[in-house]
Design a protein around this ligand. Structure first.
Ligand code: BMP
Length: 379
């Protein structure tokens, strides 16, 4: 860890002013507003449980982390589905959605996985992450895909349909039955009269010309949308907005998986350093890292660090004591150690909250502990 890096002592409101990524600046401000540096890892089994948990724990968190592919019953509908409903809860409670997808592949494949396919992650997740093993061109590919998406999403397709009676001269005899042409974004279809006439000689052709009574023109144009909220859900309560802050910017953000919490993790210091360099090369897209310590080392590094492998000892036990791993490679540290000593900014907690008797009040306990650790660090 860069133990004396200035960001370790800089309050979040100050770091917001100097953040390179608009979403990072927004997140720091949200953290200050909610006095929270807690991310809930919502690793539950069903979409129903996910939405219920997000609604109940929402007030305590600033980031909700998902693994959409472990949720059964995930509804892919872009307007009414699980992503859209999560987005509505994110607006209501004031948190960002982080899909922990750990992309790693050639650039082209990753672009498609990020923006298309069944889940269309880019539509509903403000943040996602990537494993850098594939090399830094993959990060560039994702950055380009996100920029293209943002450019496009600022406009929405407006479709207008006009129906009118054509002038017969405009028609080409060879295509009179079903005449379609695409001219730019305009597509016209001729509609024959209900009692249409048969194909045949010139008299029939004349008759056919006369039989065409309307032309339907479908014009598609792109117009700016009024609000940056996307995706739009039709769920009740969608218009509730968390007070005190505007909606997040439409920029999508990437976290690089620079270090893992697992025992025997194979990510080497050279790999971690390559993540830092890729982040510096793509400051407009990479917000920071999923890591186990602060990786800010150059004077103007101001990356955010989000850290899994966090658990508190049960209430009443020594607060800063050791916490057992899960027996499957996961290792845990307390918020005090991760934030206070290792210098990370947000802790990710999954089972520590989900498996508690009362998850919302446990989320609140984690929020208090993590925020206290941050305050002590910058004091
Ligand atoms: P839990 O707090 O229940 O151990 O969950 C941790 C979450 O963080 C899981 O969703 C896991 O996929 C994720 N995670 C992790 O534990 N360690 C890492 O290094 C990276 C992760 O994304």
């Amino acid at each position: 860890m860069a133990s004396r890096h200035p960001t370790l002592k800089t309050p979040f409101f100050e770091r917001a002013k100097h953040a390179d990524h608009p979403l990072t600046a927004y997140l720091y401000r949200l953290m200050v507003l909610k006095s929270s540096n807690l991310c809930l890892s919502a690793d539950v089994h069903t979409a129903r449980d996910l939405l219920a948990l997000a609604d109940k724990a929402g007030p305590s968190i600033v980031v909700l982390k998902t693994h959409y592919d472990l949720i059964s019953g995930w509804d892919y509908n872009p307007v009414t589905g699980t992503g859209a409903r999560l987005a509505a809860l994110a607006r209501k409670h004031g948190f960002l959605i982080f899909e922990d997808r750990k992309f790693v592949d050639i650039g082209k494949t990753v672009q498609m996985q990020f923006t298309a396919g069944t889940a269309r992650i880019i539509e509903w997740a403000h943040i996602t992450n990537a494993n850098m093993d594939a090399g830094k061109d993959m990060v560039r590919a994702m950055a380009e895909a996100a920029a293209k998406w943002k450019e496009r999403i600022n406009y929405e397709v407006k479709t207008s349909v006009t129906v009118g009676t054509p002038v017969s001269d405009h028609f080409d005899d060879e295509h009179e039955h079903e005449h379609e042409h695409e001219n730019g974004d305009t597509l016209s279809r001729l509609e024959p009269r209900e009692n249409g006439v048969s194909n045949g000689g010139s008299r029939d052709t004349e008759a056919r010309k006369g039989s065409i009574v309307s032309i339907t023109t479908v014009t598609q144009s792109f117009e700016p949308v009024d609000s940056p909220r996307l995706p739009k859900s039709t769920t009740d309560g969608d218009d509730n907005l968390f007070p005190g802050i505007e909606e997040p910017p439409m920029d999508r953000g990437l976290l690089l998986l620079a270090q893992m919490s697992t025992k025997g993790c194979l990510m080497t210091p050279a790999y971690t350093q390559a993540c830092v360099e890729a982040a510096r090369d793509h400051k407009g897209f990479v917000m920071g890292f999923v890591s186990q310590e602060s990786l800010n080392s150059a004077p103007d590094d101001n990356f955010i660090h989000i850290t899994p492998g966090c658990k508190l000892p049960p209430e009443g036990e020594e607060e800063n004591g050791q916490v057992e791993g899960d027996g499957l490679g996961q290792q845990y540290n307390t918020p005090a150690k991760l934030i206070g000593i290792r210098g990370v900014d947000i802790v990710i907690v999954g089972r520590g909250i989900i498996e508690a008797d009362d998850p919302p009040s446990e989320a609140e306990r984690y929020r208090r502990k993590a925020w206290t650790a941050y305050q002590a660090r910058v004091a």
